[in-house]
Ligand binder design. Sequence first.
Ligand code: ATR
Length: 272
Amino acid sequence: MKEVYGVIGDPVEHSLSPVMHNAAFEALNMDAIYLAFRVPPEYTRDAIRGAWSLGFSGLNVTIPLKEIALSYVSADEIARKIGAINTISFKKGVPFGHNTDGIAALKVLEEAVGDIREKHVLILGAGGAAKAIAFYLASAGAFVKIANRTAERAAEIASKLNASWTDLENLKEHIKDAEILINATSVGMYPYVENTLVTAEMMHHDLIVFDIVYNPVETRLLREAKKADVKMTIDGVKMLVYQGAAAFEIWTGVEPPKDVMERAVRNALSDL
Ligand code: ATR
């Protein structure tokens, strides 16, 4: 029988997860389908239970349900520590939550940069994505500083991770000390494509700039980084693909073809 997977969120109609996972199923000749389901927060529990009782093979959870969904599943220790999930498996007999955002960011960086131990990383943002990334990078031995508009949110994460924190004042000074800058906020995301928290004159030549925003693929931040002639820029597509690939592996035990998934996402984005 065909296996059914899906993503729940609201809004979810522009999610690239269906395109990405269906490309992997096709490449692997699997009899499976992945669909997007719009679920308002008050139906999160029903949606998870419904998917479980209908025999779904796996779910992704996206904005704004990542935190609330955690209350309705058992979850691994990392997801509980982050306080948010993006993946649910049903194999253990109950809905079981995981968070693959942080491991995805770590893998992207390690692939691009190598070992990130003792690297100075400045993370912009203190939402769910920033928290997951900060957790993994700190665990991998990076020196993490979190900068957020609402400083208390940055302070709260930092206190749990042995990281430091700041607000968005004097960002240029903080960037001077950083080798890697990660934008983990939604700033610059479509439709507000001209927005950025950091401009070229705040950057330096030895900086690696990684934006987790993938729509548009080349954000204003990455354009500023190129203008500043930084060491390297990394767009958000790989992170999307790697968090999806990690979920795919949790569900199926099979490592999916990440190149196929990445191509499907880049094609879909170029059609937007
Ligand atoms: P997610 O789970 O995707 O990370 P979130 O929890 O809503 O989403 O977090 C969004 C992040 O982007 C937050 O760090 C937010 O800053 P605040 O904590 O101060 O709200 C940040 N963000 C969003 N819009 C911003 C803006 N215009 N300027 C600065 N930071 C912004």
